[in-house]
Design a protein around this ligand. Structure first.
Ligand code: NAP
Length: 258
């Protein structure tokens, strides 16, 4: 444990700020969400595999950075240890690998997408649900995608994983009816982050081309929506929010595709 983390962990036990857990907080939407929630007065617990990044951001925003691999049971168990008080969980860790037709689907890419987006969100949710319920006013935000609402060519590994993540989240909304936990699904369209770089295995030219010729959303655009959701009173449940750039009308249509 680094000195910064030790200080933050100590602070977490003594300060009275509500606690927000953000997975995948080392870049993109997760990092922006961690900043946003910290600005709104939360002690943010940031998790990702790149622990140096989450520790650095945690030190900047007065939170706690911890290593987290949502695909690994032991990592999740270590991450949630000591997190007895949790008010908000943002299930953000995820992403896509590849853009292949079903006929040549890469099973390793599929496994990565399902393990991260679907089972990863499930693991963290299961682990933190008792604390969220005990808080008396919990909130679970799932960052799914418009890929959780539609199919698109060559995207079946990602669209099927996002559909599965979303349906799990929507099921929990029913199962928790009567319990003091709100559930919100946020479905973004194109957001310029490292998403495409990860999808195309570091091919920057191919990743950049995705966002050329239109104005995509930024990670902050999505983070502001998470902040709005978190600031609603306990009786208001924003169930599903779809946000896209003006230049995009669906997962299959934008100003470039016509
Ligand atoms: P990003 O910049 O690539 O961020 C992805 C985050 O997920 C990183 O912090 C990464 O951290 C984390 N992550 C990946 N695998 C993980 C694992 N096994 N354990 C823990 N953390 C893991 O992309 P982003 O756009 O911000 O993506 C955030 C979420 O938004 C994803 O769920 C994505 O599917 C969704 N989304 C993105 C878009 C878009 O156009 N960008 C649109 C709709 C939905 P480490 O690598 O450090 O672990």
């Amino acid at each position: 444990m680094s000195p910064d983390t030790a200080t933050d962990a100590t602070a977490q036990t003594t300060d009275q700020r509500p606690i927000a857990v953000v997975t995948g907080a080392s870049s993109g939407i997760g990092a922006a969400t961690a900043r946003q929630l910290a600005e709104q007065g939360y002690h943010v617990v940031l998790g990702a595999r790149r622990v140096d990044r989450v520790e650095a951001l945690a030190a900047e925003i007065g939170g706690t950075g911890k290593q987290l691999d949502v695909t690994d049971e032991d990592s999740v168990a270590a991450f949630v240890e000591g997190l007895d008080r949790v008010n908000v969980l943002v299930n953000n860790a995820g992403g896509a690998k590849g853009l292949d037709p079903v006929s040549t689907a890469n099973l390793d890419d599929w496994r990565w997408m399902w393990e991260t987006n679907v089972l990863g969100s499930l693991r963290i949710t299961k682990a933190l649900l008792p604390a969220l319920i005990a808080s008396g006013d919990g909130l679970i935000v799932a960052i799914t995608s418009i890929a959780a609402l539609e199919a698109y060519d060559n995207g079946s590994g990602y669209t099927s994983a996002k559909h599965a993540q979303a349906v799990t989240h929507r099921t929990l909304r029913y199962e928790l009816l009567g319990k003091p936990v709100r559930l919100t699904e946020i479905c973004p369209g194109m957001v310029e982050t490292d998403f495409s770089l990860v999808r195309f295995e570091g091919d920057k030219e191919r990743a950049d081309a995705v966002y050329q010729g239109l104005t995509p959303l930024t990670a902050d655009d999505v983070a502001e929506v998470v902040g709005f959701v978190a600031s609603r009173p306990p009786h208001v449940n924003l169930d599903q929010i779809v946000l896209m750039p003006r230049d995009q009308a669906s997962a299959r249509r934008n100003i470039k595709t016509g």
